[in-house]
Write a protein that binds this ligand. Sequence first.
Ligand code: UDP
Length: 139
Amino acid sequence: MATNRTFTMIKPDAVKNGYIGAILEKIQTAGFKIVAMKYTKLSKGDAETFYAVHSERPFFNDLVAFMTSGPIVSAILEKSNAVEDFRTLIGATNPEEAAEGTIRKLFAGSIQENAVHGSDSDENAAIEGAFHFSGREIF
Ligand code: UDP
């Protein structure tokens, strides 16, 4: 069943660079409603579990080190066609390839330090949201 929710993280680079407010403004201006949100920090185990699908990739250890290097903002967002529309809003994984005006084009520095996460399917949106939030933290 299609869902109208997606999951995002404002990654440590964007938090460190002072972009939380600007990124949340882009998200809300694009019509996404924030239904859950927290300022938090991933443990090594959290990051390894969250990115387990990439565990055999050469960038995995660097990615885990980066994602645990500082605080993040995690959130569940609601909108019709949320997963696809949010992927469009954030742009390509590599900011050099991201379209003009996308969050990664505006705020990301590299393919690793790319400012934001966005779920890639409805199924993963539900899994990732549940990984970060309990039912009573979602409104
Ligand atoms: N990543 C990386 N090097 C790469 C590809 C990806 O460090 O060559 C990181 C990057 O932070 C990316 C994350 O791994 O956002 C997950 O990769 P994925 O291919 O799932 O990209 P996304 O869905 O985030 O656009």
